[in-house]
Design a protein around this ligand. Structure first.
Ligand SMILES: Nc1ncnc2c1ncn2[C@@H]1O[C@H](COP(=O)(O)OP(=O)(O)OP(=O)(O)O)[C@@H](O)[C@H]1O
Length: 452
């Protein structure tokens, strides 16, 4: 009888496999455990299938995106199917309500993926990875991004600790509207793209997945605008780190640990932060005369060690030197924390005075790319004219070209002349105003150089 049973089972299995050569994988919306978490793979599939569903399905469901209530996500309704092809393999996705009801809610949905068993390896390997990666990339694009700034908040014990607060980040800047040399623009975009796709490279060489940019140039040449363009281009959040508001290395460490993946970390005007460090050093040097053993502590801090919890900086000292952080310390902490935590981050330093910076600080490897932003040239002006006046050519352009060759003016100043009341005025009035402004600037510069 046993033998008969075995034969029966075997025949049933083979016959079934012969008649139904498919495999099904199910993806539940919620985990089946106590925590009832939303399955991240399910969310990725939702995003991935959205555009395919729009093309194929006759019955769609609209929901707002998780993370951005202003965007709609369209998915298939229950019992609908969407087909997909990958590397020559055809697969079918369907959606239904789960049979097993969860105690918290009966709404658990399930995606079912059906494919021929002969494609088992390719589907369970490359295809599923492709679906999850694409789905996550889509949600990254649609997510509402945030602009974080550091400050401090009082804990329940009354002591204040460093923390981030945020607002929704909505800056219109893009590389299209940025008035810089087109070749350099392309180079920066290529560099950013290559960086964002090099997870494996950084993992292989065992380094933190980060890229450092130093933006330098006179005021109003677009440093802040470029940061916004970079964040928009990569769809990253921005963390604006004000070093002067950071008490010490342990606060800095706390802030840096909280920075999520896919972030642009910005430290503006680092030359000013350096001045603060300089002041502190001078002050310490004075104290050294009366207090031995100080040098050890200072050395530790400059190396980024956390041991430098400075006892000097009690409340009264705050105005003279509010920050107790060194930039080299900062960079070392970043390397340590970020190489352990994974995730991609771009760190951007800006300065108006690149000549004031310490060579060691901005050497390649720490700051991978140095980008100079400079005065407005004719190419830059054309981009600004397109941004503000929506024109690409005009007979007055030649006059502007001649004036820009004679005088140094920032893109911010050009933008200012072009956009005043631009809504009501036509392009010619704006261009004439710019020409007037440029002429008076050139005349003033002429007088000044004569006096000199
Ligand atoms: N290269 C540029 N391309 C497009 N717009 C620019 C550019 N430079 C400046 N602008 C315009 O001028 C304004 C001020 O520029 P932005 O704040 O980016 O300059 P900045 O270099 O960061 O100045 P600062 O050093 O004073 O912080 C921007 O809002 C933008 O409208």
């Amino acid at each position: 009888r046993d033998f008969q049973n075995h034969i029966g089972k075997f025949l049933h299995k083979s016959l079934f496999a012969f008649l139904y050569p498919y495999i099904q994988i199910t993806f539940h919306e919620y985990s089946d455990d106590f925590y009832y978490r939303r399955n991240t793979a399910y969310a990725a599939i939702d995003n991935y299938l959205s555009s395919k569903s729009i093309q194929q399905s006759t019955s769609l469901k609209a929901d707002s995106y998780k993370g951005n209530k202003n965007k709609l996500l369209l998915t298939i309704e229950d019992h609908q199917e969407v087909s997909d092809t990958f590397a020559g393999v055809t697969l079918v996705w369907s959606k239904e309500s789960s049979k097993q009801k969860h105690s918290y809610s009966g709404k658990d949905k399930v995606y079912k993926l059906t494919f021929n068993r002969k494609h088992r390896d390719i589907v369970t390997g490359a295809y599923l990875k492709h679906v999850v990666d694409e789905g996550n990339a889509i949600s990254q694009q649609h997510r509402q991004r945030k602009l974080y700034a550091n400050g401090s908040k009082k804990s329940y014990t009354g002591s204040s600790t460093a923390s981030w607060s945020h607002i929704v980040f909505k800056h219109p800047a893009s590389f299209d509207t940025l008035a810089i040399d087109p070749a350099r623009k392309r180079e920066i975009m290529d560099d950013l793209l290559a960086f964002s796709k090099s997870e494996e490279y950084y993992a292989r060489i065992g380094k933190a997945w980060k890229r450092g940019y130093l933006l330098y140039g006179p005021p109003g040449t677009g440093k802040t605008t470029m940061i916004a363009a970079i964040a928009n281009f990569l769809s990253y959040d921005i963390y604006d780190l004000e070093l002067t508001a950071v008490k010490d290395n342990s606060d800095l460490r706390k802030l840096l640990i909280e920075i999520s993946s896919k972030a642009v970390v910005v430290i503006e005007d680092i030359d000013c932060s350096l001045e603060i460090t300089g002041q502190r050093k001078k002050k310490k040097a004075k104290k050294k005369a009366t207090k031995k053993g100080e040098s050890e502590e200072e050395k530790k801090e400059d190396d980024g060690g956390s041991g430098g919890d400075d006892k000097e900086l009690e409340s009264g000292d705050e105005t003279e030197s509010s920050s107790n952080v060194t930039l080299s310390g900062l960079l070392n902490i970043i390397d340590g924390i970020w190489s352990a935590s994974g995730g991609e981050r771009v760190i951007i330093f800006t300065t108006n005075h690149v000549e004031k910076l310490d060579e060691a600080l901005i050497r390649k490897g720490r700051m991978d790319k140095h980008i100079e932003l400079s005065y407005c040239d004719f190419e830059g002006f054309k981009v600004l004219a397109k941004n503000y006046l929506s024109i690409e050519t005009h007979p007055l352009f030649e006059v502007v070209r001649g004036l820009l060759e004679k005088t140094k003016v920032s893109p911010a100043d050009v933008a200012e002349s072009l956009m005043q009341k631009a809504v009501e005025e036509d392009a010619e009035i704006c261009l004439n105003r710019l020409i007037q402004d440029l002429e008076s600037k050139t005349a003033k510069e002429g007088e000044q150089s004569k006096e000199a």
